[in-house]
Design a protein around this ligand. Structure first.
Ligand SMILES: [Zn+2]
Length: 384
């Protein structure tokens, strides 16, 4: 089983330019290879493999001698990453690989091997860079795979080391109606559980959001290219980073708790196309949080032998009475509560949705029959 350990690094003033050069070089190679791949395909109908791209590296180094100062294995892993991006694109229908921008908030490069870790001295030795002071808050004994070095927009350096304990992932434990949890995510509350529990968006997130708006305005009012604008951008970046850290803490705690308390968890797969259209700040942060949350749930479930079940968006989870299966077609977004015209049950919109998500997911597993659900599950237009 693979696990990653992430540590803070404190490179010296002479090491930082070397690290930055690695980051620039890997991004340069990634973008160059992406361009080559697109061109070879368009002009000759040829698919360049990772090996083809690595074969071209020596020539590229002659053309751009500064690349020679960089660990060549890091450059090769840039090609490997590009290859993986294409595999995901073809196999999982994920988006077409994009060019990497130097404006991305986190920049990184990989060191596949030949690096050493000294827990006692608090140092990590990277090829072509040397020993870097690192704070190891946890130690590991498993076999090291590759390391990823990253820097945030506020200049904090991290190294993430992937280790392999050689053990297979645990088999998922059996689950049933009582040990499965349904989750509905929404803007009013961060999440609603099929148990009836509502998980609010953390208050500090709302406060930080307000602060973010102010800082963003300040940046846009400063003259482009001025020192003051640079300072304002740094302040904005620090605020973004603080929010990201707070949000990650919240999501880690919540996903761990939910995973521990249940044998299986049912969620509704997110509408990614709809998410990209959204420009509202609160909404976009919400969207990002949910997909991170589901990713965390997924790998935590895999690590601890639990099951994550996802149902499609076409299941009208909010509009079906979970007791009798009646489909209330005229339910609007503003209806937070409703009474079923068929059986008279009183529903909280989100709790009812969470229960339905759980039922649909179990039904897909042939673990439970839902009254009337088959009838109601014909695709309907959802204004959600
Ligand atoms: Zn009903």
């Amino acid at each position: 089983m693979l696990q990653a350990y992430k540590y803070r690094m404190y490179p010296t003033q002479t090491q930082i330019p070397l690290l930055m050069r690695h980051i620039h070089a890997c991004r340069f190679v990634y973008n160059h290879s992406l361009e080559q791949k697109i061109r070879a395909y368009e002009q000759e109908g040829k698919k360049l493999s990772c090996f083809d791209l690595n074969d071209r590296l020596p020539a590229l180094k002659e053309e751009h001698p500064w690349l020679k100062e960089v660990n060549s294995q890091s450059l090769q892993s840039a090609n490997k990453n590009l290859d993986n991006a294409f595999t995901r694109f073809f196999r999982e229908k994920k988006g077409f690989p994009r060019f990497k921008s130097k404006k991305n908030p986190v920049q990184s490069f990989q060191v596949p091997q030949h690096y050493t870790v000294d827990f006692g001295q608090g140092r990590i030795k990277l090829p072509k860079i040397g020993e870097i002071k690192t704070v190891f808050h946890r130690i590991f004994s498993e076999k090291m795979k590759y390391a990823t070095v990253s820097v945030t927009s506020t200049g904090k350096w991290f190294v993430s080391i992937l280790v392999d304990d050689g053990q297979p992932e645990p088999d998922p434990s059996p689950f049933c109606l009582d040990t499965t949890l349904g989750i509905d995510v929404g803007l009013t509350d961060f999440a609603t559980l099929s148990t009836g529990e509502k998980i609010e968006n953390p208050r500090y997130l709302k406060n930080s959001l307000q602060r973010l708006k102010v800082l963003q305005q300040r940046v846009s009012r400063k003259v482009k290219g001025s020192k003051n604008r640079q300072k304002a951008i740094q302040r904005l970046a620090r605020c973004h980073e603080k929010i990201a850290n707070q949000r990650n803490d919240f999501l880690h705690n919540l996903s761990f708790r939910i995973m521990s308390e249940n044998q299986a968890i049912a969620v509704e797969s997110l509408n990614v196309a709809g998410m990209q259209k959204n420009h509202c700040l609160a909404q976009s942060i919400g969207d990002a949080s949910w997909s991170t949350f589901f990713t965390m749930l997924e790998y935590k479930c895999r690590t601890y032998g639990k099951t994550l079940l996802a149902i499609g968006r076409f299941d009208p989870s909010s509009k079906i009475c979970h007791q009798c299966g009646h489909l209330k077609r005229d339910l609007t977004l503003s209806d937070r509560e409703w009474v079923c015209p068929d059986c008279g049950a009183h529903h909280d919109r989100d709790i009812n949705a969470a229960i339905n998500i759980k039922k649909f997911a179990l039904q897909d597993q042939n673990l439970v029959g839902v009254a009337g659900a088959e009838r109601a599950r014909e695709p309907v237009d959802l204004p959600r």
